[in-house]
Design a protein around this ligand. Sequence first.
Ligand code: FES
Length: 134
Amino acid sequence: MVSKYKICVCKGKSCTANFSRDTKEAFECLVQKKGLSKDILVADGGCYGRCTKGPNVLVIGPISEEEFSTYREQNLMPGPDGPKTQMYNEVTANDCRELFEQHCIANKLFEPLAEKETCDFTQPFGRKGESSHE
Ligand code: FES
């Protein structure tokens, strides 16, 4: 069974100026090409307060079917109280394939663009203070 994910691409002013719409389109294309639209949702994200590091992308997951339904309509922020999230910075359209393959298909952190300040690189999904998802 394929894991579920929500990929949120910031549509705030600064990220948009840094072509976050191209990033979002690239993710949408990948999801469509792989036939994963039931399992991976690409959505707009609000400003994450990391405006100088855009385009910023918050990947939520792997999550359960139930969480997937719950988080579908919510604009989540990265943080210790929510679901498994990972913030990626400076994600251009050219980075999407590798990030997607690594995080959403291989279920591994994509280290090159993972946000360093909030990330624990010893954990598969990086969030500080959280153990492995497996
Ligand atoms: S505009 Fe994207 S993080 Fe603020």
